[in-house]
Design a binder for this molecule. Sequence first.
Ligand code: DX5
Ligand code: ZN
Length: 220
Amino acid sequence: MHIRIHPSILAADFANLEAAVGDVEAADAVHVDVMDNHFVPTLTFGPQMVQRLSEVSPVPLDVHLMIANADDHAAHYAELGAESVTFHVEAATDPQAVIDSIQSHGARAGIAIKPGTPLEPYLPLVHSADLVLIMTVEPGAGGQSFMPEMMPKLLALHRYLGEQGLSPLVQVDGGITVETLPIALTHGADTFVAGSSVYGHGIPGDNIRALREAATKGEA
Ligand code: DX5
Ligand code: ZN
């Protein structure tokens, strides 16, 4: 099975983001955490940064919006060249309309679910979403510990997708390392966001290869 590794530049050097995206050519996409100091306490990147990164990155951009009022803002990130745009269902009044709007701009539409948010009310949306993100930390900061208590939610999603014959990407984000990636993999994830474990030490390309290797072992 092909697994996808999406390094999160939240853990990279903000003074040198062009080099940071250049360092992860071995990745499937670069994960860009857009935070608005409202939906989450932190403030990070906005549309201009996403547009510029899309111009210089050797791999596509996976934009993770942690912003309020996704209804009004999500589609714009698709227009700027992101390959996928994921928004939090908690931050949209009409999540189905947001999915439709992102897709109408030619990007994959993702829905994200925070640790405290149940999956069941949002299952109708996974029929049209291209990506479903189960958060494995509370959104807002990198470097937190993986929450194994999210694995039942991930497995429930995996089983539902199987029953319904659906195949969106199933992404996990938060605390993904060579130790935790195989756990999420066995519960149905195929797309892994990794910030600290890619940019926090050593050489990013080597760290990506180590994560892929860990996945091979997890499958055995
Ligand atoms: C957290 C962000 C994550 C973060 C992950 O709110 O959504 O993408 O960068 O960082 P690590 O991999 O360090 O947990
Ligand atoms: Zn993220």
